[in-house]
Design a protein around this ligand. Structure first.
Ligand code: PGA
Length: 260
């Protein structure tokens, strides 16, 4: 079995520059590359470094195609918490990627199941993902493929795990008692709460990418990364499914990578 290639950089900035350099080089080798892209705190430095490389060296994004891993259901693209807004702010406004080549599920799609099918079909029509760039949750989630009894292969609508929801929305979580999320029918129910569901690429969509780079920093990711790398392949740790792929690079800072 081919093990993932592990690169450990000294700190967050070095990790971000290294990931950006790999993506930038991949675009130069294949100007028509199809990328899957993450959101979250971790890739912000990577996107800043990619914009910097574009400005300084003129890397051409005009024929690149991007598909984001996920987007919140029921949230407008111009909502400040939407991933469409995040991508605009951190990457799309800084590189020459034509708007029609940027893809995120439409949070306001009138028919969510049709949107799911449409997103998967768009990835197929683009020729599949050449390079999937991933973050990972402290619970091992990839995109919003959360730990559980099963995983879903294709793009689908996922319920966001309570710990993920609390981590992503600490300001909202302060108003809700632990344990309420995911339990419909109680006061302040999840159904009334925003950001409880999301479109996400499935684990199969991700694993069909020709190459995968997972970036992670900080001590909070260390245990789950170690389990994903050395433990069993289990739906309890979606990142462990990366063991099934032949071309995975784990790009970590020292805090995350010490024991990976
Ligand atoms: P983070 O999120 O980069 O904010 O840690 C990663 C993830 O949840 O996938």
């Amino acid at each position: 079995m081919k093990r993932p290639h592990v690169i450990v950089e000294t700190n967050y900035d070095a990790m971000s520059r290294r990931v950006a350099a790999l993506i930038d080089a991949a675009i130069r080798v294949n100007p028509n590359i199809v990328l899957a892209l993450p959101t979250g705190g971790t890739p912000i430095g990577t996107y800043a470094a990619l914009v910097d490389l574009h400005r300084r060296t003129g890397t051409d994004w005009s024929r690149v195609t991007t598909f984001n891993l996920d987007e919140y259901l029921g949230v407008a693209p111009d909502h400040p918490e939407s991933y469409a807004h995040f991508m605009q702010q951190h990457l799309f406004s800084g590189v020459n990627l034509p708007p029609e080549r940027r893809h995120l599920p439409n949070g306001l799609a009138p028919d969510p199941q049709a949107e799911v099918a449409c997103y998967e079909a768009a990835i197929e029509a683009a020729g599949g993902l050449d390079l999937a760039v991933l973050g990972v949750g402290t619970n091992g989630h990839l995109g919003f493929n959360e730990p559980g009894d099963h995983l879903t292969a294709g793009t689908h609508i996922a319920t966001i795990a309570e710990d993920t929801w609390r981590r992503n929305f600490p300001h909202l979580a302060r108003e809700v008692r632990p344990g309420q999320h995911g339990q419909p029918g109680r006061s302040g129910t999840p159904a009334e709460r925003p950001f409880r569901q999301a479109y996400t690429m499935g684990i199969g969509t991700i694993l069909q990418a020709r190459a995968i780079i997972l970036l992670a920093g900080g001590t909070s990711k260390r245990a789950i990364l170690r389990a994903a790398h050395d433990g069993p392949v289990t739906t309890r740790n979606p990142a462990s499914f990366l063991q099934l792929h032949r071309n995975v690079t784990l790009l970590l800072d020292r805090e995350a990578g010490e024991e990976a």
